[in-house]
Design a binder for this molecule. Structure first.
Ligand code: SAH
Length: 256
């Protein structure tokens, strides 16, 4: 009888190999097939006898179906994903495919190995900006209407959440982050700290903190995570050359 296959969706973390969990690492070593976006596969050390199936950035559903197909043929498959695979990433694509696919896929051994998501890595670089209630919003309009993005942003601002913005910019939507920051400035004070964390954990990492009034002038690309502070978020100045500490206090006074 053929050995049962399995599929693990593995979070690689933001980039630094030291941020790859031992469990994620073990899942990569155990795999016979690695499936993923080329740039993520490049981060995984080559192992003899392992098959690699590289894809471009847009084909998440194809990646998921190929991985499920391989697992149902008895292969041990790892689908690799940057950061955490459950945060705007491949784990949801795999379960969408299971939901829509052949019934046999539901019996497969499918696991998710978590990773350090960009929001946590970026927050750790500056202090504790996520120290109180926060939310994450993807600004990408590939998979949801732009009106929904704006509606959720306004709701998060009204709720006074710290807001982590994933996918803040792309060539196809150059003005979108600026528009989001203008909406934030309608509600939050000009001194509100905004964190721009580019390529955290990679050689080209750049992290900067700017107040909301000046945040429009900051550059962001697809490798940047932007965090907009809540009304209580504070930055602690450390002199001209040092990045300030940013934190959100744990307690909130009752408002009446
Ligand atoms: N699953 C990933 C997120 C995928 S969405 C995770 O958990 O981190 C892609 C977005 O994540 C990027 O546009 C960027 O906003 C953010 N991102 C991913 N890696 C990053 C890094 N090393 N530094 C800063 N932002 C990153």
């Amino acid at each position: 009888m053929r050995a049962p296959g399995n599929l693990t969706v593995v979070g690689l973390g933001p980039g630094d190999p030291q941020w790859l969990t031992p469990a994620a690492s073990a899942a990569l070593v155990a795999a016979q097939d690695l499936v993923g976006y080329h740039a993520y596969l490049d981060r995984v050390p080559a192992m003899s006898g392992q098959q690699r199936h590289g894809f471009d950035n847009r084909s998440e559903s194809d990646r998921a179906r190929l991985a499920l197909d391989l697992a149902s043929q008895g292969r041990r498959v790892a689908v690799v994903s940057g950061g955490d695979p459950g945060v705007f990433a491949m784990a949801a694509a795999v379960f969408e495919a299971v939901d829509a696919g052949p019934l046999a896929w539901r019996a497969l051994d499918i696991r998710v190995e978590p990773g350090v998501t960009a929001m946590l890595a970026a927050a750790a670089r500056v202090g504790a900006p996520l120290g109180n209630d926060f939310c994450a919003i993807s600004l990408s309009d590939n998979l949801k209407p732009r009106a929904v993005v704006e509606q959720r942003l306004r709701a998060a601002l009204a709720g006074d959440f710290v807001i982590a913005l994933y996918n803040p910019a792309s060539l196809a939507r150059p003005g979108q982050l600026g528009a989001a920051l203008r909406i934030a400035a309608e509600v939050r004070g000009p001194e509100t700290p905004v964190i721009f964390a580019h390529a955290v954990g990679r050689p080209d990492e750049r992290v900067a903190v700017e107040c909301l009034a000046k945040a429009q002038s900051m550059a962001a690309d697809m490798a940047t995570l932007v965090v907009i502070g809540a009304s209580a978020t504070r930055s602690i100045d450390r002199g001209s050359d040092a990045i300030p500490f940013v934190y959100t206090p744990r307690s909130i006074r009752a408002r009446c």
